[in-house]
Design a protein around this ligand. Structure first.
Ligand code: CO
Length: 134
């Protein structure tokens, strides 16, 4: 069902202050950034081999990322696995008795379709399914 780690999501206070570490010090390829209004975040992507790092900066105090930063400070927020067919993957997990935060896919960055599992069903690791938008 899962084909690779699509990306690791990292909560940051500022994209501008965080990007140089990943791009310049670690030498990752910066792929660009965009705002995902639905989730009240600005998202930057950096390529690492076949996977990406997703930096998430909140654009509003009501953003889930703002709440995460308040509680935990900057750091790893979620792991996203690539799936070929997100609807089928959600159905399979629900059939297994797992809880989803998103029972229906929503729009992520780069035209991807994404859905989060409930942390209670994923051992406390916020887990995202991601069907790339290419
Ligand atoms: Co993500």
């Amino acid at each position: 069902m899962l084909t690779r780690i699509n990306h690791i999501g990292i909560a940051v206070n500022s994209l501008d202050e965080s990007i140089p570490f990943y791009r310049d010090s670690l030498g990752m390829t910066f792929l660009g950034w965009e705002e995902v209004t639905e989730q009240k975040v600005k998202v930057a992507f950096l390529q690492v081999g076949e996977s990406k790092i997703e930096l998430l900066e909140p654009t509003s105090p009501e953003s889930p990322i703002a709440k995460f930063l308040e509680k935990n400070g900057p750091g790893i927020h979620h792991i996203a696995y690539e799936v070929a067919d997100i609807e089928t993957a959600i159905k399979k997990l629900e059939f297994e008795g797992l809880r989803m935060i998103d029972a229906a896919p929503r729009n992520g960055a780069h035209g991807a379709k994404i859905a989060f599992l409930h942390p209670k069903s994923s051992g406390g690791v916020l887990t995202e399914l991601c069907q790339s938008g290419h």
